[in-house]
Design a binder for this molecule. Sequence first.
Ligand code: FNR
Length: 361
Amino acid sequence: MAAEPVNVNGFRELARQALPKMYYDFFAGGAEDQYTLKENEEAFHRITIQPRVLLDVSSIDLSTTVLGYNISMPVMIAPTSRHKLANPSGEIATARAASACNTIMVLSISSTCTLEEVAACCNAVRFFQLYVYKRRDISAKLVQRAENNGYKAIVVTGDSPRHGRREADIKNKIIVPELKNLEGLLSTNIVTDGGSNLDALVNWTRDPSFCWEDIGWLKSITKLPILIKGVLTQEDAMKALEVGVDAIIVSNHGARQLDYSPPTISVLEEVVHAVDGKVPVFLDGGVRRGTDIFKAMALGAQAVLVGRPVIYGLAAKGEYGVRRVLEMLKDELELAMSLSGCSSVKEITRMELDDHGKRQN
Ligand code: FNR
């Protein structure tokens, strides 16, 4: 029986031991030199917190709201694909853990359980992540299915017109299973000449011409709120506001798309300034500690999302592992808030960082 990890990074080690190398590499890896992958975490390490003392922290309130939904902590589950490669229960285990922790799960369109199966297994608030396919009719059907099955928002990922170059997958010649949500709609049984089939799969399905103007089309086919995931600049934040999205997720796709794109925490404040409170801003990428969540909130994020830690928890210990990962982040955040003098998430402001809010971009 593996020892119980004391932090989220401990789950990474257990996942490494539990998974075939090909799958561990698929989950853990980033693009090309993996510069951004390292920086996503290290940029958090360069920010320090300025604690205030002798404030009443006898009761700490971590709850917050996301698009009107109350959640127990400012941490959501990022959309990540193919959970059955981590654990046979797949996204069902993840969704149940989200439900137990009273937070939101964003289900990846590339899930290994169908969106209907996930909807039926738990009462977590769920959002549905969308890549827009060349077959717009199929994308429209998926949005409709998400809406009919109680998903509360559509998360459009904007950073992936093509597949990032993940060299571990190429070396390992990974073959991924067919896309469950497309069964009966489009065959995704992609045969290769011995290499990874991921690139071919993305080229076959995804529409690289999908652009800002097309958000209008999406709005015409759904009443659900639309979040854009993958914004890293103030220019794109302004574009997102112009086309009328309901929220923005600052993300570089966990450093799996454009290597040498900036670590997300380093551009968060720029985006938050550009958005100027008009819509909520969320962040993902490299969040591994309660203090990381604290820093993101101090820089203006309303909440964060976590990707790999959830998969590591799932690979190591199934639903229980995902729950533990979420609980650990929550406990660490609560402690960071206590030790810095913040008794509610609203009290985490720019003033809590090392330079008392004087730092300019
Ligand atoms: C992802 N991510 C992702 N994003 C998305 O919009 N749709 C998807 O299907 C996937 N799939 C996916 C698979 C795996 C294995 C990983 C690691 C990531 C990106 C994900 O939503 C998120 O942006 C990052 O995972 C956040 O970074 P951390 O928390 O993994 O550092």
